[in-house]
Design a protein. Structure first.
Length: 268
């Protein structure tokens, strides 16, 4: 098995990290939930869990039919694609022996202990404190510290406030099942219905492009983020990973290359 970097999570931030590392020639494996909850689905490798494959900016990820089959995972890697495995507990790490594990799930909670100790464990954002529960933390909050690698200390606390207009983040008004026929990339007028949770409608708060929407049919909880409306009204951004994701991906690469015991084995 070649040297592997295992990324926990396949949402838009994790996918930006995976994309940046993959482009440098690294072998990436993504571990996801049985039912991922990616909002920016057009730039999330997590969609491979549902559709069998997902392509982001020309890079394809493919779902491995068996997370415990190393040959199946290796076959995807040899095709220069990113294997996506359904492995919420990261149990496959024992089999894959990754050089590094990148926790990009953005749970904003301290991580649970893993059964496998990689040479480098990097945590993204709130919940991580180095060296208490990881080797390095990457700052994910926008500002002057975005993309900083923290070897001693924690990321900034979660503010629960999105960057820019707070209304752009669409949240579930009630518990229930998400219904929608809206397409990511579509132009929405203020007041136009985007989705519904059972009988509770979610209306566009302003004019813009629907940048992200949780997969219809999924069960959601009240207050959960289910969509993202972009006032720039540019459908082109819906197919590009964000500047934030690329900055965080660059920081992860810095963390990998900072450690000599990792650096010398990444492309072996």
């Amino acid at each position: 098995m070649p040297a592997i970097v295992l990324i926990r999570g396949g949402g838009d931030l994790a996918s930006g990290v995976a994309l940046r590392l993959f482009r440098t020639g690294l072998n990436i494996v993504i571990a996801e939930l049985q039912c991922p909850l990616a909002v920016r689905r057009t730039v999330s490798f997590a969609e491979a869990v549902y559709d069998g494959h997902a392509t982001v900016e020309g890079v394809t990820a493919r779902k491995a039919t068996d997370a415990t089959d190393p040959l199946g995972i290796l076959n995807i890697l040899t095709r220069r694609q990113i294997p996506v495995i359904v492995d919420p507990d990261c149990a496959a790490a024992v089999m894959l022996h990754p050089l590094a594990i990148i926790d990009a799930r953005m749970t904003k909670q301290p991580p649970e202990p893993l059964s496998h100790q990689a040479r480098l464990y990097v945590g993204l954002g709130p919940g991580f404190t180095a060296p208490r529960n990881c080797h390095a933390v990457i700052e994910t909050e926008r500002g002057h510290t975005l993309g900083r690698v923290i070897w001693a200390g924690a990321a900034l606390d979660d503010t629960s406030h999105p960057h820019g207009d707070l209304r752009r983040v669409l949240r579930a008004p009630a518990d229930g099942t998400l219904r929608s026929s809206a397409q990511i990339g579509a132009h929405m007028e203020a007041g136009e219905p985007i989705a519904a949770i059972d009988e509770a409608a979610i209306l566009a708060p302003f004019k813009g492009v629907l940048r992200g929407l949780l997969r219809p049919g999924l069960a959601v909880r009240r207050g959960m983020k289910i969509g993202d409306l972009d006032p720039r009204d540019d459908p082109g951004v819906c197919k590009l990973v964000s500047d934030k994701s690329l900055a965080v991906g660059g920081a992860v690469l810095e963390a990998l290359l900072t450690r000599p015991e990792i650096r010398g084995k990444l492309w072996v």
